[in-house]
Design a protein around this ligand. Structure first.
Ligand SMILES: Nc1ncnc2c1ncn2[C@@H]1O[C@H](COP(=O)(O)OP(=O)(O)OP(=O)(O)O)[C@@H](O)[C@H]1O
Length: 257
């Protein structure tokens, strides 16, 4: 069977905001279906900008970018975003929060309710469907935010530091849950993080970016087998990769100062 085309392709992409400086320079990569790509690099190197370009929220300045073979603006239906802030509506309960994007898409009520219930089940919050955001912990709010994104059945999930505000234990736990969900409902992920350990745990590919302008400094492949569990974190190969990526990150950060 012929190889399917890449799900996301950047070819010599440059990005400036207005007539400002070059933010991303000559960025080329191909992502395949099912890739879990983490983006890591110094603050301001353009990680969130890459997500915005993939989503079509922001236009590229030069080069070409395609999602499923078409311009990102034409592929918006294929994507969903998860941000660092869960951005739940405080006056709606959990079930209704998850239904919001489906409602905006015009999905009928019966289907909407069912889809939201399935996704809440997936993130382990079925029992909290009638709770309001103020009654949830930080980790639970993030799970609702993930359920809301998954309810759109995206082919690509864009995650911008989703666990950055959570304590380490909750973060480790949600990392494991995220991979477990992905094993059931596969999507391609682009995941922005400042945590090397998180990037190695989740990804099969890590893009280490340098700054001013943002460039793809190195790609690290993570061949650790899935499913990954807490035992993965104890393995010598995981620890070797964490050390390798940390060293690379230190070198791009010192060049940035
Ligand atoms: N809408 C915008 N208009 C002008 N400049 C912008 C805009 N959005 C981002 N930038 C600039 O682009 C650069 C990259 O920002 P971006 O948020 O993509 O970086 P980042 O790597 O995600 O940063 P951080 O790790 O600190 O979150 C920064 O210098 C930022 O000021």
């Amino acid at each position: 069977m012929p190889d399917r085309p890449p799900i996301v392709k950047f070819d010599h992409v440059e990005k400036r905001y207005g007539d400002g400086p070059v933010i991303l320079d000559d960025l080329s990569f191909e992502a395949r279906r099912g890739d879990f790509v983490s983006l890591i690099g110094p603050s301001g190197c353009g990680k969130s900008t890459i997500l915005k370009l993939i989503s079509g929220l922001n236009p590229i300045t030069r080069g070409t970018a395609t999602v499923e073979g078409v311009a990102p603006t034409e592929a918006a239906q294929e994507l969903a975003f998860v941000f660092q802030e869960p951005t739940l509506l405080p006056w709606l309960n959990v079930q209704h929060n998850v239904e919001v994007p489906l409602k905006l898409r015009g999905t009928d009520r019966t289907k909407r309710v069912k889809l939201a219930q399935t996704c809440l089940d997936l993130v382990g919050l079925k029992e909290r469907a009638t709770y309001y955001p103020r009654q949830l912990s930080g980790g639970q709010k993030m799970r609702v935010s993930i359920a809301r994104a998954l309810s759109l059945s995206p082919k690509i999930l864009l995650l911008d530091e989703p666990f950055g505000a959570l304590d380490e234990m909750t973060r480790d736990h949600l990392n494991e849950e995220l991979l477990a969900i992905r094993a059931q409902k596969e999507w391609t992920a682009f995941f922005v993080t400042h945590s090397v350990a998180e990037a190695v745990f989740l990804s099969n590919r890590i893009f280490v970016l340098s700054a001013n302008p943002g460039r793809l400094h190195r790609e690290i492949k993570v061949d650790l087998p899935y499913p990954r569990t807490d035992d993965t974190r104890q393995s010598p190969e995981y620890q070797r990769l964490v050390a390798e990526v940390s060293k690379l990150l230190r070198s791009v950060e010192s060049a940035h100062r």
